[in-house]
Design a protein around this ligand. Sequence first.
Ligand code: HEM
Length: 149
Amino acid sequence: MLDQQKTIVKATLPALKVHGEEITRYFYQEMLGAHPELRSMFNASDQADGTQAKRLAGAILAYAGNIDRLDLLGTAVNQIARSHVRVHVQADQYPIVGKYLLIAIKSVLGEAATPEVLEAWGAAYGQLAEIMISIEKGMYAEAAAVAAD
Ligand code: HEM
């Protein structure tokens, strides 16, 4: 990720904090509308009462705030990865989530969502996705090794 993109992510963080839950709520609605096959993975009551939206918004914003100090994310990222492994999240589902997250950011930020802003957030999401996919890959391999024992 370029330094300039990190600067953009940090500069747009306050606006996204204001709209954090709105972004994730819109994101779920659009993503699950286009990909109904993912619907059964998500706990229906958590979605209905906004719990899931708050968790995802919280995770993304915490990550963005620490974009220069990713080592601070350790435990949080491991916990999220554990939740993901429990519901069998797959690496190839990350681009789907990324696509709808950007669509949601674009919709909520309106004119403030310039191509540079969207590109910076795309790069930030891609970086977090890479970290999570790699941790989850390790967890799946560990589970497979235990199962083969
Ligand atoms: C970088 C991208 C992502 C972030 C930051 C993220 C964040 C989170 C967080 C914070 C939680 C709650 C964890 C907990 O309470 O322990 C969660 C749960 C979950 N995530 Fe993700 N996630 C990401 C990508 C994905 C992808 C690609 C999928 C696949 C479609 C996915 C599906 C789920 C599901 C099914 C749950 C559990 C929901 C439930 O129990 O209702 N996530 N995620």
